[in-house]
Design a protein around this ligand. Structure first.
Ligand code: NAD
Length: 446
């Protein structure tokens, strides 16, 4: 699904005009269906640490064409920059500067992924260079061309670079599944998680509940999780019953008509699961609404409705499932919640929505701590995604919002769904309390 302007830029009339005038020229973003291989080769692994050797060996295992330096004549599909041994700011250039000369030889849809350690507050020079990697990655995200992206993985000290969380995150960021994730840093805090036997079906044998599944992003999440092998329980309000049945029939899933804000929602879900003998491995808290108004005109009903659906219902459902005496959740749960870039940067007319979504980010952090050995929780923060929700934005404002990111286009519900598929997978156990933006490096906020 491309927007009208993007179609124009690819037409015989639009192509030369865009070139001549310097108007935005949104690149084609390859998705998993177009490019199913895990790594676009050749892949160059930079870095001289033992960790860099381990990463190179891992990529070879995946069947990638791996090089340890740039060769002048050849093009490059992916670059992994291993920076786990930095001690001071002057160290960074030694590893990254060879990439400068190779930036123009990166293929369309290329990937740059850094792997580094987070600042710890223990060593001034080491913290400075570790923090510096973030600025480097975010800048490369802005400078990548032709649909390429740059992202980073920050691996806590003591966690090996071969830990499931690092391997799963690397695989996601290098693949076309991360098409609309750009300029982001994903933290891996622990060694938890287990790698799947089959990377195409990491959710085989696992059951997921998706709220707000009848349409939009929720329906896309459901399709993607089903494609990754999950059994599904799909929840939405009774008023969306027929749309919900449509998605459930298509995916052979079990529909559950329920308003997540109702006082008995938690009990109803538990009873529903218990009656069918279902144990959840994945909980996707996607149901959400907007009731936009400038704060000067905000009313209690608009404020309360957004807080109730977008955050209070999530807390209530998680509390009910986790404290239930019935065994309705598995021993290694994955919770993934929907935040928004509005919750990071704020957004005019969305005081209620931004409050609820910033709340979601703090909630998943707290929930990940509470889950401890029982699983993990993370959030996804979509930017501008082409859905019914964004189709309601007035045309000029919509066009500005859609272009204001490094990839100069809106993302697809599929892009959000793929990121949720990664966070829901068994391998992502070490990714804890994070909010991963799916926004094409939207120019707002961090
Ligand atoms: P949508 O309006 O198309 O779909 C939301 C779904 O949630 C609907 O099926 C709706 O019936 C359901 N729902 C609403 N209230 C419910 C309730 N009380 N109980 C059960 N189900 C309920 O929205 P979307 O664009 O697909 O958004 C999905 C999520 O992604 C939301 O949390 C939204 O805030 C978030 N998000 C969307 C965008 C975007 O660009 N579309 C950007 C950032 C975040």
């Amino acid at each position: 699904m491309t927007d009208a302007y993007t179609r124009f830029t690819r037409s015989p009339l639009g192509r030369p005009l865009v070139k001549r005038t310097g108007l935005p020229n949104p690149p084609r973003l390859p998705r998993h269906a177009d490019r199913p291989q895990p790594v676009l080769g050749p892949v160059v692994v930079l870095g001289a640490s033992p960790g860099a050797d381990e990463v190179a060996a891992l990529l070879l295992d995946w069947g990638a064409d791996v090089r340890r330096r740039f060769e002048e004549t050849s093009t490059v599909g992916s670059v992994v920059v291993v920076l786990d041994d930095l001690a001071k700011p002057a160290d960074l250039g030694t590893t990254v500067l060879p990439l400068a000369g190779a930036m123009r030889s990166l293929l369309p849809g290329s990937r740059v992924v850094t792997i580094s350690r987070p600042p710890t507050g223990e060593d001034l020079a080491r913290d400075a260079v570790r923090g510096g990697v973030e600025g480097f990655v975010r800048t490369l995200g802005h400078e990548m061309r032709k649909g390429g992206t740059a992202n980073g993985i920050q691996v806590a000290d003591g966690v090996p670079l071969t830990a499931p969380g690092v391997v799963s995150t690397l695989r996601f960021l290098l693949s076309a599944r991360s098409a609309f994730v750009d300029g982001q840093i994903v933290g891996v805090a622990r060694q938890d998680g287990a790698l799947p036997e089959d990377w195409e079906r990491p959710l085989a044998g696992r059951t997921a509940l998706v709220t707000g599944a009848a349409r939009g992003i929720g329906a896309a999440i459901s399709r993607t999780l089903a494609g990754l092998g999950a059994e599904l329980v799909l929840l939405d309000v009774p008023a969306s019953g027929s749309e919900l049945s449509g998605v459930a029939n298509e995916l052979r899933a079990t529909p559950l008509q329920l308003d997540v804000t109702s006082a008995q929602a938690g009990d109803r879900v538990i009873a529903f699961l218990r009656e069918r003998g279902i144990v959840l491995d994945v909980l996707v808290l996607n149901a959400g609404i907007t009731r936009d108004k400038m704060f000067a005109n905000m009313t209690a009903d608009r404020w309360d409705a957004v807080i109730a659906v977008n955050i209070s219902s999530q807390i209530a459902l998680a509390e009910a499932l986790l404290s239930s005496d019935e065994p309705v959740v598995g021993s290694d749960l994955r919770v993934v919640s929907l935040a928004s870039t509005s919750g990071i940067a704020g957004n005019r007319g969305q005081a209620n929505y931004a409050t609820s979504k910033a709340g979601v980010m703090a909630f998943v952090d707290a929930l990940a701590r509470r889950l401890g050995e029982r699983g993990t929780a993370n959030a996804v923060a979509p930017g501008f995604i082409e859905t019914d929700m964004t189709a309601k934005i007035p045309p000029l404002q919509r066009e500005i919002a859609r272009r204001a990111n490094s990839l100069q286009q809106g993302g697809l519900p599929l892009d959000v769904a793929e990121t949720i598929g990664f966070l829901a997978s068994p391998g992502a156990g070490g990714v804890r309390g994070q909010t991963v933006r799916v926004c094409g490096q939207n120019l707002v906020g961090r």
